[in-house]
Design a protein around this ligand. Sequence first.
Ligand SMILES: *[C@@H]1O[C@H](CO)[C@@H](O)[C@H](O)[C@H]1NC(C)=O
Ligand SMILES: *[C@@H]1O[C@H](CO)[C@@H](O)[C@H](O)[C@H]1NC(C)=O
Ligand SMILES: *[C@@H]1O[C@H](CO)[C@@H](O)[C@H](O)[C@H]1NC(C)=O
Ligand SMILES: *[C@@H]1O[C@H](CO)[C@@H](O)[C@H](O)[C@H]1NC(C)=O
Ligand SMILES: *[C@@H]1O[C@H](CO)[C@@H](O)[C@H](O)[C@H]1NC(C)=O
Length: 805
Amino acid sequence: MIAYRIFPWLFITCLCVCICSYGQPGTRSEKLLLDNGWRFHLGDIPFPVIRGNSESYNASKAGNAGGAAAVKYDDSQWRVLNLPHDWAVESDVDSSANVAQGYRKRGFGWYRRSFTLDSTDKGKNLELQFEGIATHATVWVNGQVVRYSWSAYNSFYIDISAIARYGKEKNQIAVRVDADAMEGWWYEGAGIYRHTWLVKRPPLHISTDGVFAQPIKTADGSWLIPAEVTLENTGNKSAAPQVNIAVYDKYGKQVTSAQANATVDVLDKAVVKLNLHVNNPELWNIESPVLYTVKTVVTANGSNDQVTTKCGFRTIRFDADSGFYLNDKHVKIQGVCNHIDHVGVGTAMPDALWAFRIQKLKELGANGYRCSHNPPSSILLDLCDSLGMVVMDENRNFNTSPEYLAQLEWMVRRDRNHPAIVLWSVFNEEPIQGSPVGYEMVRRMSKIVKRLDTSRPVTAAMSGGFFEPVNVSQAVDVMGFNYEIKGYDRFHKEHPTQPMTSSEDASGVMVRGEYVTDKTKHTLDSYDTQFPSWAATHRVAWKAIAERQWMAGCFVWTGFDYHGEPTPYTWPTVNSNFGIMDICGFPKAAYYIHQSQWIPNKNVLHLIPHWNWPADSIGKPIKVMALSNADNVKLLLNGKLIGEKKNDLYEMVSWEVPYKPGKLEAIGYKNGKEVSRYVVETTGVPAQLQLIPYKDTLKNDGQDVTPITVQVLDAAGRPVPTANNHITFEIKGAGNIIGLGNGNPNSHEPEKGNQQSLFNGLAQVIVQSQPGAEGVLTITAKAEGLQPATISIPFKKVPAVAAVQ
Ligand SMILES: *[C@@H]1O[C@H](CO)[C@@H](O)[C@H](O)[C@H]1NC(C)=O
Ligand SMILES: *[C@@H]1O[C@H](CO)[C@@H](O)[C@H](O)[C@H]1NC(C)=O
Ligand SMILES: *[C@@H]1O[C@H](CO)[C@@H](O)[C@H](O)[C@H]1NC(C)=O
Ligand SMILES: *[C@@H]1O[C@H](CO)[C@@H](O)[C@H](O)[C@H]1NC(C)=O
Ligand SMILES: *[C@@H]1O[C@H](CO)[C@@H](O)[C@H](O)[C@H]1NC(C)=O
């Protein structure tokens, strides 16, 4: 029933791409992963109380941080773990905890990590990079506070060149995380949940996020890359470097290059501008997302630094009358909004799980992704670039004070090379959106964006205030509508020159494999009938977009279920119900509705419900719905015609069928010809387990993961859609189970460990390789009364990830 196709060739080696950006032979720069071997303490550790004069004097001096921030603090009893880490997903749900955060306690935590530097590193520029810590964090290095971080979604970079120690003496990092601080009304995780890095570069180097090289099409139709390279010199001599940029096509052939000379004063920065011309490039688009490689090398007096970025040649345009254009071709944006967590791992998403998710969305027919409501990890943008998905990148905090404008600036600076990004969103649903204050704030934020990138429109995801006399719509380029279907026409009529898109819509709720809405059991049917007060069904929401050419597209809330924000039920429901797929990525009925509508040239046909109803249902009518893009659908039960109906692509077709066990079969016709067939059969009782890995090999880099689908089959080998067996997993070989789950929003089963129940026939277990793993990873699933299943996944040898020891 569920087609888990394997696309191993689509799994790009994302970490490797980052690493290869540096450390080319002949250069001295290295980007080293700093994820392994951290010590962790759950809970806060108070700083010692200081009373004496001399103690106060000493404590105030550089390098003398106290308590768990102190260089010499004894952390030997702390737990050792690898990043990314989310401690919230490790805890049990608790009805007294915050509902929006998925009833997980968050609190405080401390992390420590020491490392040594070779004496040959002396004089280099050394930078620590944290890609994301939830939520507020304080970082110390060698007893000095080096950073306060005020957003869970921003990366930050710390130059430690001045305070580093070399040789035998250790460098000590301490991080205090306050995850009681909340930035959102959804599950945000807790801890250092994205990668960390140590970068070693020559004193004269390219700043982090310092290469901006995005092609633009000029008025005469030729292509130009107006590149900007930011250089920094932390050495003690003024430098006169040469900057070389070369652009390579997908075959590695150089297509253009340019060179410039610069001077960078001591402890200063300089921006070098170069123009590169490219003739007849292959365009980046959704179906064939062709990327070019930009190599920037800065050379000064024998040392050099090199950064590799990607770029894509494409034009974008939002038209007030006719929507979105990519390379002057009209494209309806079929987008989804998503948060950043997955079952089993919470927000500590391995890169390979992001690849799994984007691939699932491509199979769904989605061509757009809204990073709601915060900047994503950069791997997600790399995947959207390479797999072909346009992106609305979104700022988290609506605030125009310097700290928060710096967050917005960081987002644009980090992300502006990605061809996938077509919109910058400065906020989501702010109550002051329909006020002069909102207008004044967005005006300023838009200016920050435009200083760094004039090529993409600024938008804001508004949920009201559209028609106030002074409103945010005056300060954005593209109007973003969250819900408010009834406002689409009025706004377009009153503002005929302003491009519009849905920035968020639908919010239909359903639970995978449930066909009855039962308030006592917290179930929601799969017939697309349920939605909260502000929302609409999947079908109504899409129709409203599809029928208006001037609406650039939609961003359905949401592609996947997520932890937290349970709606419409709360405890014991702990996860959201909005997903087109559940939190594991298993399709719900909404998946086949959207697939029918979004992939016109694929013959989609799916039937709901299952056909495993109890004996007392015999003879009672059951609603059968066909989710299809056929012209006509014929339905048969045990070979007998139930009826044939003309399909409505927006509404879909359904029948009331008196239940009788057996075989329910649908046949789809286009232009009078059979194009699709789908069968649901009454199965026997569970007999044997089945494990289906998403990928057929695991790279042995200690990073790669694959989800494995767990289901049970009857004696005839058919998946049992109602099975809820409790399964135990055993694993042999150099790998680990990093999380598991079943997609039930009411489940309180732990997402760590080696056990899980099926929910309506399915569960997911996620396994990860260990670094240097050899041979195979063997996973066995066992359940009482069932024949066990065992699979072996071979490890694939890949170069070790360059990492801090
Ligand atoms: C303060 O630091 C000085 C110099 O390291 C040391 O001699 C002295 O004992 C310290 N005083 C206290 C109270 O720790
Ligand atoms: C300048 O830096 C180099 C390399 O770190 C170092 O060897 C040298 O002593 C420094 N010179 C001065 C005058 O500080
Ligand atoms: C940069 O300087 C080098 C060495 O002085 C010179 O050969 C080269 O022509 C200069 N390049 C540019 C673009 O000015
Ligand atoms: C370049 O390197 C040479 C030899 O190492 C050194 O004498 C000179 O001072 C360097 N120049 C600069 C500008 O760093
Ligand atoms: C809202 O902003 C628009 C766009 O600038 C402006 O024309 C309009 O007067 C404002 N108020 C209403 C009621 O639309």
